[in-house]
Design a protein around this ligand. Structure first.
Ligand code: HEC
Length: 99
């Protein structure tokens, strides 16, 4: 019984208990939402690379909030991200800003 609980705790915690960006979750979300069709972390494809996006947002004020807004509200180029999971979007924004 106790063993099972420990197992479950180990599975549900993604890596060390810290506020670090969950990179696998961010990358999985980009794949699930098909963002990778047009965006790559470092290579510019149809859309700019997340490295370029990170540099652009970090040059402005409130980088994370501005990027979250851009991700959720969408733009002339595409609609906002489909997920309504605010935590997942925040994680993705943090991951993009870390590129
Ligand atoms: C059909 C191609 C395509 C898809 C799919 C796509 N994008 Fe884009 N995206 C673009 C283009 C084109 C632009 C505008 C040019 C640019 O800034 O890269 C853009 C712009 C952006 C920007 C703004 C960059 C800036 O400088 O302000 C972000 C952030 C972004 N996309 C994230 C995403 C995310 C997250 C997804 C998945 C939910 C996604 N995109 C899916 C083509 C795409």
């Amino acid at each position: 019984m106790l063993e099972k609980q420990v197992d479950r705790a180990a599975q549900s915690s993604p890596g060390p208990a810290s506020a670090a960006v969950d990179a696998p979750a961010a990358e999985a979300l980009l794949k699930a939402e098909k963002c990778v069709k047009c965006h790559d972390a470092v290579k510019s494809k149809k859309g700019s690379s997340f490295k370029v996006t990170a540099a652009k947002y970090k040059a402005g004020p409130d980088a994370e909030a501005a990027l979250i807004k851009r991700l959720t509200a969408g733009s002339d180029d595409h609609e906002g991200i489909a997920t309504k999971d605010a935590k997942a979007v925040k994680n993705l924004a943090e991951w993009i800003l870390a590129q």
